[in-house]
Design a protein. Structure first.
Length: 291
């Protein structure tokens, strides 16, 4: 006769189920939330963007070095939040790093080598739109690297990032979590908008058929690289607008800063002295006025 489970065993099983990964976990998807009103979203986004301007001024003044890594599945919303972050900041201070596929020469280098040249100097912010984590994701799932290379990456990446932190770099890592259903909806929408065709690729289509493999690769990556010096922060991104606001607000909270209140330069009056005669306008070539 089979013994009945004790209360303690039942409690353990319940806790185990609660802690197990679930696509519908409230921390990821939550209940169906009311859409943000357009006016609120735009006003709050602009307020956060003004704070980003203050942050960049602080970073430059204090000589900080900031690296922000954006990772996630295709169509998870990484590019959308990066676009909003850089919209009003100085591109000489805050720049995007989005590297193409490695060249034949780069393939022979130390894996992290091609990324190190894009790390920030003092007073700079580097936003990595995908990063060295390609090896833990697309390269591993699509067989662009060997199992041994993948294993070595998971072993060496934590130490590489600890080295960055010890050197004085502020390293912040975001993972954008999109559901299977929402990813498919976004892919379908891209196929209907001519200006978004370029966002679809054969690689994107292949990733759909390897959803489980990507999930396994992501879990292995988190297990190896979610370190206390540079933890992963998960951004639920089925709701694009909430994801953007939540991510930017969190980023601002990660770096203590103050409003430096820089003085606005006084615009001097136009100096019309000197008697210089401009060259004839007929000597110049103008763009046709089509509009």
């Amino acid at each position: 006769m089979t013994k009945s489970k004790t209360t303690k065993d039942s409690k353990f099983i319940a806790e185990e189920k609660t802690d197990a990964y679930c696509e519908n976990d409230p921390r990821l998807r939550g209940k169906q939330e009311k859409k943000l009103e357009k006016q609120f979203y735009e006003e709050e986004l602009f307020r956060l963007q003004v704070e980003l301007v203050k942050l960049q001024e602080w970073v430059k003044k204090k000589g900080l070095k900031v690296v922000v890594v954006f990772e996630g599945r295709d169509a998870a919303g990484k590019g959308g939040v990066i676009k909003r972050i850089i919209q009003h900041v100085n591109p000489r201070i805050c720049n995007i790093v989005a590297l193409p596929a490695p060249t034949e020469r780069e393939k022979t280098q130390w894996y992290f080598q091609r990324y190190t040249s894009h790390l920030p100097a003092a007073g700079e912010i580097a936003l990595f739109d995908r990063s060295w984590y390609n090896r833990a994701g697309v390269e591993y799932v699509m067989d662009f690297c060997t199992p041994e290379e993948h294993e070595e990456f998971l072993r060496s990446c934590p130490e590489f990032e600890r080295m960055l932190v010890r050197s004085g770099i502020i390293l912040i890592k975001y993972w954008f979590s999109v559901s299977n259903e929402e990813q498919e909806r976004r892919f379908q929408a891209r196929g209907q908008d001519r200006h978004k065709y370029w966002k679809l690729s054969p690689m994107d289509m292949e990733s759909r058929s390897r959803w489980v493999e990507y999930s396994r690769a992501k879990d292995e990556m988190f297990a190896a690289t979610d370190i206390k010096q540079a933890p992963w922060y998960v951004v639920p991104s089925d709701d694009k607008k909430r994801a953007r606001l939540n991510c930017i607000a969190h980023l601002l909270s990660m770096i203590p800063y103050k409003d430096l209140n820089p003085e606005v330069p006084t615009i001097p009056p136009l100096n019309v002295r000197g008697g210089y005669v401009r060259s004839p306008m007929l000597d110049q070539t103008f763009v046709p006025k089509k509009y």
